[in-house]
Design a protein. Structure first.
Lengths: 156, 206
């Protein structure tokens, strides 16, 4: 087993990690989470045992940072004008209603939906990134989708 | 499910590059960059410079891309290898000055981690002491490294010099005449010796 120069990880995955974080926490917070993700990766890198899925490893860290951010956000009042979903919406360039709905999902469902549908990852990798089993990844994605659909029906 | 539309990727390459730069600055400040490298131009081609916190650890003539050398550094020293021109800047400035004829003695800090303690290391240290503008022989370097009959072994140690130019292995020539071999190709050795005024005869073919 040998670890490639860290620069290569950064070059190959930075755009996807950034995209994931913007989708998860909004543009404003994405930069901080990005830094925290790669600094934490860099800190642990020399001791990493398994180099077979470095991308998965990075996304695991990025997901943890996004979850931390959501939890911190949930504990602290956010000025209405600065709600992260608005920033993410502007960045996302997708269906704004759907994005708003995604933000209301519980953290694990939200993370699973973003991994599955924004990053287009197979369930095995969603599971790895979230640190849960593949069944749990499927279940969270399924639950998330179900909620989103019901919200859209209500909104329609 | 339609979360994304075309155009989603716009700006992410650039935004993530900026975020990566900010990350590098923080990583540097927190001492998380074990090896910083950069690629620079010189009159004898592109050079890869790599420095640890202790000093310049590797200088490589780049005839292709730096991937193999970076891989090697990651495996032998530390995988925390990041492109960091700031880290290699002291060495880069000295090299520029050397090629412009303004510097004759390198004062940049060196990290000897890539050379085994013992004979090889003593050969390179003896080589580092050969003054600008002069040359010596493999036999002499071997003698100064404590092994008068080790000319061939000295040649091997010089071939593996991880810090050419700065540790001037180009100043070691065969006792029989000619510039001799050079790991970085002989034309570079000739160029360096001529730059230093140590090569008086006209090069072949001129």
């Amino acid at each position: 087993m040998s670890l490639p120069p860290f620069q290569r990880l950064l070059d190959e995955h930075r755009a996807d990690v950034y995209r994931f974080l913007v989708a998860s926490v909004g543009r404003q917070a994405a930069e901080d989470c990005f830094q925290e993700t790669f600094l934490s990766a860099l800190r642990g890198y020399p001791k990493l045992r398994d180099a077979s899925n470095l991308r998965g490893w990075l996304f695991t860290i990025a997901t943890r940072k996004a979850l931390d951010h959501w939890r911190a956000e949930g504990r602290r009042p956010v000025p209405v004008e600065r709600v992260p979903e608005r920033e993410a919406l502007e960045a996302a360039n997708g269906d704004p209603e759907l994005w708003r709905a995604v933000r209301t999902l519980p953290p694990m469902q939200r993370a699973a939906v973003i991994h599955r549908y924004v990053l287009d990852l197979p369930y095995a990798e969603v599971a790895q990134a979230l640190g849960i089993s593949e069944e749990a990844a499927r279940a969270n994605t399924y639950e998330g989708r179900k909620r989103l659909r019901s919200m859209q029906e209500v909104g329609a | 499910m339609k979360l994304m539309q075309r155009g989603w990727d716009d700006g992410f390459e650039e935004a993530s590059r900026r975020a990566a730069e900010a990350t590098l600055a923080t990583a540097r400040a927190r001492g998380l960059v074990d090896i910083g490298y950069t690629v620079v131009d010189s009159p004898i081609g592109r050079l890869l410079l790599a420095s640890t916190r202790a000093g310049l650890v590797r200088l490589e003539y780049l005839d292709g891309d730096p991937d193999d050398t970076l891989e090697e550094l990651a495996q032998t020293l530390s995988p925390r290898v990041l492109e960091d021109p700031r880290r290699t800047d002291p060495a880069r400035r000295q090299l520029d000055a050397y090629f412009e004829g303004r510097v004759k003695t390198f004062r940049t800090a060196l990290d000897w981690s890539l050379t085994h303690e013992g004979f090889s290391r003593r050969v390179l240290e003896a080589t580092a002491a050969i003054p600008f503008g002069s040359v010596t022989t493999y036999r002499d370097v071997a003698k100064r490294a404590g092994s008068p009959r080790g000319a061939r072994a000295a040649g091997n140690a010089l071939h593996d010099n991880p810090l050419p130019i700065v540790v001037p292995c180009h100043r070691v020539v065969p006792s029989g005449g000619g510039v001799g071999k050079y790991g970085g190709q002989e034309w570079r050795k000739e160029f360096l010796l001529r730059l230093e005024g140590a090569l008086h005869e006209a090069p072949p073919g001129t």
